[in-house]
Design a protein. Structure first.
Lengths: 372, 328
């Protein structure tokens, strides 16, 4: 068990997480020291280009990495609240075997996840109600009301009876805004639209009252109007259920609306983390600034070209030495940025950025060198 | 659903009529078949009874009327249960087939059960433990099983059993029961003999099915719904069997209906010949060799019937298993 103590406001603290994948060509260092915190009942937006490690981070938290992936080092400290006693215990998810009882209780029970492909995230041969019921019977314990009912339920491995699970499923479908939930509970996935399927996924995820909802690009596969509805729904449900959300996306517009905090990822590292305001109004890392400049804006001078970040995301086998962004960075300091690895340091409006420009020691040397 | 079944049965009937026509043409096609020979022989004898017999045969098989009405006559007889006569065996085709039909079915069912009981768990193991030692071993064995023809296996086994044991493996019955009327003891005796031909007949099928199951399941395990099932906190065994295998097995139902059932009934003629089994397969081959055309043609139509029924059952099973198909 971890010895560290967490601020009681913090739900999940990820420290120096490293994840590697063994592939035929060698080892892909998918995460190279990821640090961020998720606060209780708040939304953390995780942004970054494809291949930056957003989804891998999410799967590491769920202990759902592919077989060839492994958590090499780091801690994922989860602040588990005991509902009955009010006490909390600290669990280092990085130390838990994927198929352990504890991990299975957390997965779906306390940390739920919704995915990019709502079209194929439900098993085609099972109804919406079965999916929700499956989760409920797995994680929820029967309400302690009638003694007789309790005895029966305990006899049946302490499960919620099927009929009651169905009732909860109908309630959940109603909560996520599916019309005629009584009918929809027996619908098969192919009878639902993409937006409805994502709503069902959300209903499954929230049916067990999770403390953290990981949303891995939940609206990427949906059309724009549906995207807005799903995002609004998530915000409403957050208000009602009080769970924290880790919202992974590459849509900066969405993140500004959804998140209180933002973590910017690049090549398996967090390059900047801070409040949404700080990141949007006072970005400190050159990569964050470049990302923000590449958003098309209404009122942009006609005919002017959209700014893009120079170069390509490097191949995972030829990541530059030093700061991984140095080969694309407009503010690169030759001889320094390709030699040193920047650490996450406080900068700007209280956020943290991993850039040597904010490293006082490095900057002192640079000034000294200029003076001489 | 009902209209779907009716439609499917309708297609099957049309198909059956077409195939039976082809079957009939095949019966008619070859020169020098049994009937022609018989007629020539009878006419050559020229006596009174021979002439009567010729007239009777001409009338029965409608030799004096054109092809199409003759087909109709044959088909009507067929539907009535009169399949003509096996000239070689000098018995009605109906008797010949009836005698062998149930044993053939018993063997087919035993083989199919064996194939599924063995292949599905191995396929699932191979897929969930991809590239493990166990997977490599099963893969190697299944490739050998696919590569070695069943009749060769039957021969090798036959040699081994006859040479080194005193088990009587030829045929489906021990000598004392062979011509005995059906009894419980005879049934037990049948079961004692059935497993071996069923095993041999199922090896190729098992090997193939392991490969298919492994491939399908690997595909399915990569699907997002499997990941989302794991994300719900289900045990990996539940994820595998309740979600992944349940989906991966659907295409196998089609194979069962359209390939396995007819394949085992028809295709194992060689194995059955080697093991001297009283099933339809070897009789069909013999009928073709002797140009015993009514027996051959009738058997052909029956094979088609089994194929069609198999397909229909598979489609119905699939519609029952997969709600996406039910709608169409």
């Amino acid at each position: 068990m971890a010895t560290a103590v967490l601020d009681s406001e913090v739900l999940l603290d990820i420290r120096d997480l490293q994840v590697h994948f063994d592939v035929r060509r060698g080892t892909v260092r998918a995460l190279e020291g990821v640090n961020f915190t998720i606060r209780k009942s708040k939304t953390l937006g995780v942004i970054g280009e494809s291949g930056s490690g957003k989804s891998v981070t999410a799967r590491a938290i769920m202990q759902l990495l592919a077989k060839n992936g492994s958590i090499v080092s780091g801690e994922m400290l989860y602040n588990r609240q005991r509902d009955d006693s009010g006490d909390s215990e600290l669990i280092d998810i990085a130390q838990q075997p994927s198929d352990s009882q504890l991990m299975r209780d957390l997965r779906g029970g306390e940390i739920a996840m919704i995915f990019q492909e709502p079209m194929s995230s439900l098993t085609p041969v099972y109804t919406a109600g079965l999916h929700i019921g499956e989760s409920i019977q797995l994680h929820l314990k029967p309400r302690q009301t009638v003694g007789d009912q309790m005895a029966k339920a305990i006899a049946r491995q302490n499960r919620i009876p099927r009929e009651e699970a169905r009732q909860i499923a109908v309630e959940m479908l109603d909560k996520v805004g599916i019309p005629r939930p009584e009918e929809r509970v027996v619908s098969y996935p192919h009878e639902l639209s993409g937006g409805q399927r994502q709503r069902v996924m959300i209903a499954i995820a929230l049916s067990c009252g999770p403390k953290l909802l990981i949303a891995d690009e939940p609206t990427t596969a949906l059309d724009v109007t549906t995207q807005a509805q799903i995002n609004d729904l998530m915000l409403d449900l957050q208000e009602e259920f009080g769970m924290a959300i880790m919202y992974i996306t590459h849509d900066l517009g969405v993140i500004a609306e959804m998140a209180e905090d933002i973590a910017v990822m690049y090549l398996g590292r967090i390059v900047e983390q801070g409040t949404t305001d700080a990141i949007f109004y006072n970005p400190q890392h050159p990569y964050t600034r470049a990302l923000l400049r590449s958003i098309p804006r209404i009122g942009q001078t006609e005919g002017s070209r959209l700014e893009v970040i120079e170069g390509m995301v490097p191949d995972p086998f030829s990541i530059p030495t030093g700061c991984p962004f140095n080969n694309r960075c407009p503010d690169v300091m030759p001889g320094i940025c390709d030699a040193r690895m920047p650490e996450l340091l406080t900068a700007g409006d209280g956020q943290r950025a991993a850039c040597l420009l904010h490293d006082p020691d490095t900057m002192q040397e640079v000034t000294r060198a200029r003076v001489h | 659903m009902l209209s779907y079944i009716i439609r499917r049965v309708g297609y099957s009937v049309v198909m059956l009529v077409l195939v039976s026509f082809v079957g009939f043409v095949i019966i008619e096609l070859p020169p020098g078949d049994f009937l022609t020979q018989l007629l020539t022989e009878l006419e050559g004898r020229g006596d009174r009874s021979a002439e009567d017999r010729v007239t009777e045969l001409r009338l029965r098989y409608g030799l004096d009327i054109p092809l199409l009405p003759r087909y109709v006559k044959w088909a009507t007889n067929f539907v009535r249960g009169d399949f003509g006569e096996s000239f070689a065996l000098e018995r009605p085709v109906r008797e010949v087939i009836a005698q062998r039909f149930w044993l053939t079915c018993a063997l087919a069912v035993a083989s199919i059960l064996l194939v599924w009981i063995v292949a599905i768990p191995i396929g699932v193991f191979s897929a969930t433990n991809q590239y493990s030692i166990g997977d490599q071993i099963f893969t190697t064995i299944s490739f050998i099983g696919l590569g070695v023809p069943g009749f060769l296996l039957a021969l090798l086994l036959l040699f081994y059993v006859v040479q080194f044991t005193d088990v009587d493996i030829l045929g489906l019955f021990s000598r004392e029961y062979r011509d005995a009327p059906w009894s419980f003891a005879k049934f037990v005796d049948l079961l004692k003999h059935l497993w071996l031909p069923a095993l041999i007949g199922s090896i190729t099928g098992t090997a193939g099915l392991i490969r298919i199951m492994r491939g399908n399941l690997l595909d399915t395990l990569g699907q997002p719904f499997v990941e989302s099932a794991r994300a719900r906190g289900l045990k990996s065994r539940t994820v595998t069997w309740k979600h992944a295998v349940r989906m991966a097995i659907n295409p196998l139902i089609v194979i069962l209906g359209s390939e396995a059932l007819p394949g085992i009934i028809v295709g194992n003629a060689l194995v059955a010949t080697v093991l001297n089994l009283p099933t339809i397969g070897p009789e069909f081959v013999r009928a073709l060799q002797r140009q015993d055309m009514y027996l051959a043609g009738t058997t052909l139509v029956f094979f088609t019937l089994i194929l069609l029924v198999g397909n229909l059952l598979a489609d119905l099973a699939l519609a029952w298993l997969d709600p996406r198909i039910r709608l169409e």
